[in-house]
Design a protein around this ligand. Structure first.
Ligand SMILES: *[C@@H]1O[C@H](CO)[C@@H](O)[C@H](O)[C@H]1NC(C)=O
Length: 380
């Protein structure tokens, strides 16, 4: 063999080895060279230089990034944004029910950010259209019970009355089993404006927990956030997958495995900055800056619900705890223009399949909602 031939063979052998090695880890092998370098470029812009980096007990890597150098500030509309340092909540209206405190994981001046991996990006691409559809407002899309998406929860519409400026509730969190690789089970609070359309003016902020092995890469319950400013078309994303959400916490960050049994969410529009703040109990997680929205001076529709997605060839997965009406939202409040918590007056229960699969039971007087169930619905 001449040297040319030998080097070609060597090259092929190396390619073969690399390909197999990659295949063992994930599906990197089916990327073209071009796609691969595109992902690498994307990773470089998403992942910022860090002061400290570590892995959690589940093998997920986190970075402690200078608060001023976080990915949010790559958003073109945030060029002149003034960072808001939220304080730990002294909102005494709300009973603190989380007994455990999440540990501080990053040094002061930095924020906790889940590092995006190539596998994360590939999974996000693979599931992109499904994510978009699963995140949507319940009424923004015509849903019928024969679809691949089901829900049980409650909505509060402002109608002609005063708009809302915030919402809060304590959500039970379950390490739910029985959600397959292709399925999702999720519980969330959604604040929105412009739900009736046109799409370009549907703005939302969303937070909750979900189990989605295909997307997350594991079957644990993850804390997540979502936003859009054009009805889920081109803007917005999950977590910090795109610039927008400003992270301020050193303890909790979108995308992380959530180990406590309660997520105590408060979302409200700050009266001085107009940013949409997100708290877990007394801990400020971060905020959605006002600049990224085009129609969110207040909020006209709040939804709180569990929802599930399943491909038609599998029975629908469990929701909530997996037991009928066992999971709950407690201390449900909406916030008015003066910053006062109000028990909602107008509500509508939403349940597309009925109690045989998933239930919902909202009790106005004690501000609680029981929901969820075992699932098992299958298209016949
Ligand atoms: C930022 O400020 C500059 C100078 O005032 C202005 O020209 C520019 O339009 C602003 N950019 C944004 C995105 O607001």
């Amino acid at each position: 063999m001449d040297w040319r031939r030998r080097s070609v063979l060597l090259f092929l052998a190396v390619c073969f080895l690399l390909r197999n090695q990659a295949a063992a880890g994930d599906n990197t092998w089916d990327l073209t060279e071009e796609e691969d370098s595109e992902l690498e470029r994307e990773l470089k812009t998403l992942n910022k230089p860090y002061v400290k980096s570590f892995k959690d007990e589940y093998g997920i890597t986190y970075d402690c990034v200078d608060i001023y150098k976080q990915p949010a500030f790559d958003h073109p509309l945030l060029k002149n944004h003034t960072l808001q340092f939220p304080k730990r909540s002294d909102n005494t209206n709300k009973v603190s029910i989380i007994k455990q405190t999440l540990p501080k994981l990053c040094p002061t001046g930095t924020v906790l950010i889940k590092r995006t991996t190539k596998e994360d990006l590939m999974r996000a691409r693979k599931y992109a259209h499904q994510i978009q559809s699963r995140m949507q407002l319940l009424q923004a899309q015509i849903r019928d019970s024969s679809g691949d998406y089901h829900y049980a929860g409650v909505e509060f519409a402002a109608g002609q009355g005063p708009k809302y400026y915030g919402a809060s509730a304590n959500l039970d969190v379950f390490q739910l089993s029985g959600v397959s690789h292709n399925q999702q089970s999720e519980t969330q609070i959604v604040l929105s404006k412009g739900a009736g359309g046109p799409k370009n003016y549907i703005d939302t902020v969303q937070a909750g927990w979900l189990v989605n092995p295909g997307l997350q890469g594991d079957d644990r319950a993850h804390f997540y956030t979502y936003w859009t400013s054009d009805g889920y078309q081109k803007t917005g994303c999950f977590n910090l997958d795109c610039p927008g959400f400003v992270q301020t916490s050193t303890r909790i960050t979108p995308g992380m495995v959530y180990t406590l049994s309660t997520l105590s969410l408060t979302i409200y529009r700050d009266r001085f900055t107009s940013n949409w703040m997100l708290y877990n109990d007394r801990e400020p997680v971060g905020y959605w800056p006002k600049e990224i929205f085009n129609n969110m001076a207040d909020c006209s529709l709040v939804q709180m619900h569990g929802n599930v997605y399943s491909p038609f060839d599998e029975p629908s997965p469990p929701m909530g705890s997996g037991v009928l009406n066992q999971a709950k939202f407690t201390n449900i409040f909406l916030t008015d223009g003066q910053g006062n918590n109000r028990l909602p007056k107008n509500f509508r229960e939403l349940n597309d399949l009925g109690e045989r699969y998933y239930g919902v039971d909202y009790r106005v007087q004690n501000g609680g909602m029981f929901y969820g169930g075992p699932g098992g619905w299958k298209k016949t």
